[in-house]
Design a protein around this ligand. Sequence first.
Ligand SMILES: [Mg+2]
Length: 316
Amino acid sequence: MVGEFDFIARHFRPLAGEGAMELRNDGATMSLPEGEELVLSSDTMVEGLHFLPDDPARTVAQKLLRCNLSDLAAMGSSPRHYMLNVSVPVGRHYDEAWFAEFAAGLAEDQERFGITLLGGDTTGSPSPLMLNVTILGAVRRGETLRRDGGRPGDGVWVTGTLGRAALGLQVRLGKIDASPDGILVQSYRIPSPRVGLSLYGIVSAAMDISDGLVQDCGHIAEESGTAITLFEEALPLSAEVKAYLPDWRETILLGGDDYELLLTCPVEQEEALQTHCRAHAVPVTKIGKVTEGQGVTMLDKNHEPIRFTRTGWQHF
Ligand SMILES: [Mg+2]
């Protein structure tokens, strides 16, 4: 990229925080309070795969940060800083104006979530626009949430509602006729990561839903060495999602891009879970149970297993 240093100075230096040394050195520093440990997570978004070339730069920036923030939320960690890597395709519409808007989106969410930029890299690229964030958070030593703690008898819980983002993508792809500025597309473009909850000691396993409810339940089931049964009737679907249920059932049930937390919780902690979530104004719903065995089954309202033609988002 021509004038890489100017480019970084203009767009990214204003985002740099403590330890970044104004992005003027080869690296950055970060310190943690006594008794805390670092939690790191990384997420890449590729134009055409994770966002569309005509998505607003501001929401692309916010989705990039929020996917990463959601991973930290799933680990029970509070976010501190992030590293940003940008590969810009040559000769495309990703110009000064686009990156000014992109940086404004980052700045807005830095403020909202209390994080700052620590460093990163920019390059030109023959490929589509590629954006990568590595996020750094802190947690009290040994108190990360994990995927492997689900036990038979635990309930399966989910925050928020499901299916909006998956339908929003279909709107963006022109397969569903709905408002391009409506709640479905908004949910696809700007997830609401559940940072700020303190669920250590309450839930037995946690992860965030990025690839779809059933597939992601499969990860908890596998890591925990258990099976999971979900109840279609129990899923938290908002009215605008329910309206599409007759035609788009599989899209809604298999979902993707929700960035809600998927939790398993021992029965004796259910009240604590609900009380904690209520105190943070986060809806939480019991949608299934952990059992002996393996795999994920979703039962319909007649308690018959639903047969899906796929499992969820496939990365490869
Ligand atoms: Mg994740």
